[in-house]
Write a protein that binds this ligand. Structure first.
Ligand code: HEM
Length: 449
């Protein structure tokens, strides 16, 4: 090398090294968090399973809002209800986007409202289409379906109790396919039930941390499919998803064409198709997302409820006695009985607290750089609500690791008596926050109550 270039080469090398070792470092304007190492940041500390347990440990150490470095990226974790309110509810206009999830974009062709960013037509029109269908009054119309599904579920459990783990997801899927498309899935091997199981299995593989971390290592997006098993997985997930969504849509269209209307979501969305500017692709995905959003979440809640009550016979006995006293033994309880069943209400709340279906909810993201207290949260950084950590905080809940519904009879939100009046856990916490709050909350409560 020409000796004149040596100082330049040394300077370039030093600059490059400086840049590389800064990857993974926490900027001082970020919330605190566990110590980082060069390049990886905190990646090596992230467990592949149950990350909310580690988040909860870190929250005890670093506080209600902390940050993690994943390479050059940043993750924010909120484990304090007051911060959820300030940052995600009150400032929802700034924090209601979603982080990029490349694999989901490929699978869904960017038609999935759950992962769409807040400025995306898919999200805005999708929410506009479903909001009136899921309003508290509107969901009352589906009570007869919920009651019929409950009766079948109880029948199935009574006759074949060993299989309760498959009766429950069949029932919650059938409720959703009935409400959305007007078609129940009455058997474990009904075509929709089988397809949904296969699809959810593939989708969870696609989303699992063991699949290729393409958002972290973008070069993986460009590996040719024959050397990229994750791309084959995406392709198969897309095939199953489209087969489910468009299969259900086609059957509903044929039924409507034959003049057999039955007041389902699909009919109401088709009525507003022009007004909302929706094409057939978007309609299939809006209805499909409701199956995804409604069936698995409700099923995991009911499974947790059964397991919690089996492990807590005293709570089961108390709930049973209350139902026997109020409802008698001539009929099944129905949703309108719930008002008169405070202990049953407490059992439902305690199940959401003890085993929240979404222990870290679905991450939000900031739309721009966002100043919060003394911190700057970078644009696009995923923000997780550590729902598990809030619900299992020993400073807030008495014996948080115990299933104890009675706590909700002592205070309205189950927190320790005598906590500051300003601190309150809203009942909708398991359903997320701000503009992204689960739109299915009332339908879920109708079906689960
Ligand atoms: C026990 C039942 C349920 C639970 C625990 C639950 C929980 C959640 C959570 C935590 C979120 C993320 C909220 C956020 O980002 O802040 C969410 C979003 C969503 N849920 Fe639910 N959900 C349930 C039932 C349902 C039902 C029955 C439906 C459909 C009728 C539904 C449809 C959706 C949709 C479409 C979204 C995405 C909203 C958006 O990104 O704007 N969910 N749900």
């Amino acid at each position: 090398m020409d000796p004149r270039f040596i100082p330049l080469a040394v300077a370039v090398f030093a600059w490059f090294t400086f840049k590389v070792i800064r990857i993974g470092r926490r900027d001082e304007k970020l919330p605190p968090g566990p110590p980082t190492i060069p390049i990886l940041g905190n990646i090596h500390l992230l467990p592949p399973k149950f990350p909310f347990l580690r988040f909860t440990e870190w929250a005890q150490k670093h506080g209600g809002i902390f940050s993690l470095k994943v390479g050059n990226g940043t993750i924010i974790v909120v484990s304090d209800m007051a911060i959820v309110k300030e940052l995600l509810d009150d400032r929802s206009g700034e924090t209601s986007s979603r982080p990029s999830l490349y694999a989901v974009d490929v699978v869904t062709g960017r038609n999935y409202l759950v992962t769409a960013t807040s400025d995306d037509h898919v999200w805005r029109m999708g929410r506009k289409a479903i909001q009136p269908l899921l309003a508290p009054q509107a969901v009352q119309a589906h009570l007869p379906i919920a009651e019929a599904e409950t009766a079948q579920l109880l029948h199935d459990i009574l006759h074949n109790p060993e299989e309760f783990y498959s009766h429950i997801p069949r029932s919650t899927l059938s409720f959703m396919t009935s409400v959305v498309f007007g078609k129940p899935a009455p058997r474990h091997n009904s075509p929709e039930a089988t397809l949904f199981r296969e699809y959810v299995h593939q989708l969870s593989k696609t989303l699992s941390p063991e699949a290729a971390p393409v958002d972290l290592v973008p070069i993986l997006k460009y590996v040719p499919e024959r050397w990229a098993p994750w791309k084959q997985l995406w392709r198969e997930t897309r095939r199953l998803q489209r087969s489910l969504y468009f299969g259900c849509l086609e059957q509903a269209e044929q039924r409507i064409h034959r003049g057999l209307k039955n007041e389902t979501f699909i009919e109401k969305i088709l009525d507003r198709q022009e007004e909302l500017g929706l094409n057939r692709e978007m309609i299939a995905y809006i209805c499909g997302v409701l199956l995804d959003g409604g069936a698995e979440t409700s099923s995991s809640f009911l499974k947790s409820l059964v397991l919690c009550l089996v492990r807590s016979p005293a709570s089961l006995r108390k709930a049973q006695e209350e139902i026997d006293n109020v409802v008698g033994n001539e009929r099944l309880p129905v949703s309108s009985d719930l008002q008169a069943l405070p202990y049953v209400q407490a059992v439902i709340k305690e199940t959401h607290r003890f085993r929240p279906g979404g222990p870290t909810a679905i991450p939000h993201a900031t739309i721009n750089d966002c100043q919060y207290r003394e911190y700057i949260i970078p644009k696009g950084a995923p923000i997780f609500i550590n729902v598990w950590g809030i619900f299992h905080d020993p400073n807030i809940f008495e014996r948080p690791d115990e299933f104890w519904p009675d706590r909700y009879l002592l205070t309205h939100d189950g927190t320790k008596p005598g906590l500051s009046k300003n601190y309150s856990i809203r009942a909708s916490l398991p359903f997320g926050s701000g503009k992204r709050l689960c739109p299915g909350i009332h339908l879920a409560n109708t079906n689960l109550a």
